[in-house]
Design a protein around this ligand. Structure first.
Ligand SMILES: Cc1cc2nc3c(=O)[nH]c(=O)nc-3n(C[C@H](O)[C@H](O)[C@H](O)COP(=O)(O)O)c2cc1C
Length: 258
C-alpha cells in the first residue's frame, strides 16, 4: 500500500499499488474513512496536474535565492529529512534518486549522522544539522534555518522516521532542526513519513497511536515493509525502498516524475 498527499488540503489516501498505473483513468474509486480518507482518483489526477503547474510559479522570494524569473519553470523543491534509524544508511541513495528531478536539501538529526556518509551525498545537496541551526544565527533579524527550509520546500519527506522522531512529531515537540521544520510546517504542502524500526518497536501500541496523530495532521504514510531487518530479525518495520518513495512523491508533482 502507498499513500498520496494531494495538493489542496491534508488528505490521506491509501491505494493498492496495482491501481497506480491506472491513475490517468477517471472515476476510479478508493475507500474512505476519517482515518483513511478516500478520494476519487480522477480528483487526484487533476490535483496532481495542479501540483505540476504550481512548480512553474515563481519561487518564494528569499534573500538566499534571489528573484526568479516568473516565466521560468523551476524544479520541485524537496526537503529530505533523516532521523536515527539504521535505515539512514540508505539516505544517500534517497538523495541521489530525488536529485534526478528535484532540487534537494537535506536535514539530519544527530542520531542519524551515525549512519550517514556525508561524503556520499550528491554534490548539489546541502545537508543541514542542528549545529547549522545555531551557527547561522547571531542576532535578531538573522534568518532562522528551520523557517527558511520550511519556506523553501514544496514537500518534505522524513525517511527514515525513527520511533523517537515519530513520537516527538506526534506530540508537537521541536527540540532539533528536523522537528522545528515540522512544527512550523504549512500543511498545504505535503509531508511524507517513512517509518523504519525493529518489528518490536513497530508493533508497540505507541506506534499506531502516534501514526494516527500524524495522519490527522495531514501527513502521508509510506508504510514500512516486511523483510530481514538490519538486526537480523525478520518482520515488518523496514523502510520502504528509496526508489519507491521517490515514485510516490513524484506522483504529487506530476506524471513526468513517476
Ligand atoms: C545501532 C542502532 C540502530 C537503531 N535503529 C533504529 C531504528 O531502526 N529505528 C528506530 O526507531 N530507532 C533506532 N535506534 C534508536 C534511535 O537511534 C534512538 O531512539 C534515537 O534517540 C533517535 O533519535 P532521533 O529520532 O532524534 O534521530 C537505533 C539505535 C542504534 C544504536
Amino acid at each position: 500500500m502507498i499513500s498520496l498527499h494531494l495538493r489542496h488540503g491534508p488528505h490521506f489516501l491509501l491505494c493498492l499499488p496495482s491501481l497506480l498505473p491506472s491513475l490517468q483513468q477517471p472515476e476510479l474509486n478508493t475507500s474512505y474513512s476519517s482515518r483513511r480518507p478516500l478520494l476519487l482518483v480522477s480528483t487526484a489526477v487533476s490535483s496532481l496536474h495542479l501540483a505540476a503547474m504550481a512548480t512553474r510559479e515563481p519561487a518564494p522570494s528569499s534573500s538566499e535565492h534571489g528573484t526568479p524569473d516568473a516565466a521560468q519553470p523551476r524544479r520541485p523543491r524537496v526537503l529530505l529529512a533523516a532521523s536515527g534509524s539504521v535505515a539512514a544508511i540508505k539516505f544517500e541513495v534517497l538523495c541521489h534518486v530525488f536529485a534526478e528531478w528535484a532540487d534537494v536539501r537535506a536535514v539530519a538529526t544527530a542520531s542519524s549522522l551515525h549512519f550517514i556518509d556525508r561524503a556520499s551525498l550528491p554534490s548539489g545537496v546541502a545537508l543541514y544539522t542542528d549545529d547549522d541551526e545555531w551557527s547561522r544565527w547571531r542576532k535578531v533579524g538573522d534568518e532562522v534555518l528551520h523557517i527558511e527550509l520550511r519556506k523553501w520546500a514544496d514537500a518534505m519527506v522524513i525517511a527514515p522516521l525513527s520511533a523517537n522522531t515519530l513520537a516527538k512529531v506526534a506530540g508537537g515537540l521541536c527540540d532539533n532542526l528536523l522537528t522545528c521544520v515540522v512544527r512550523a510546517w504549512d500543511y498545504s504542502k505535503p509531508v511524507y513519513v517513512a517509518p523504519a524500526m525493529n518489528t518490536f518497536m513497530w508493533n508497540n501500541p505507541f506506534t499506531a497511536r502516534h501514526l494516527d496523530v500524524v495522519r490527522e495532521l495531514g501527513m502521508s504514510l509510506i508504510p514500512p515493509v516486511t523483510k530481514r531487518l538490519a538486526c537480523g530479525d525478520y518482520g515488518n518495520g523496514a523502510m520502504a525502498e528509496p526508489s519507491e518513495m521517490c515514485r510516490i512523491v513524484g506522483l504529487f508533482f506530476g506524471p513526468q516524475h513517476i
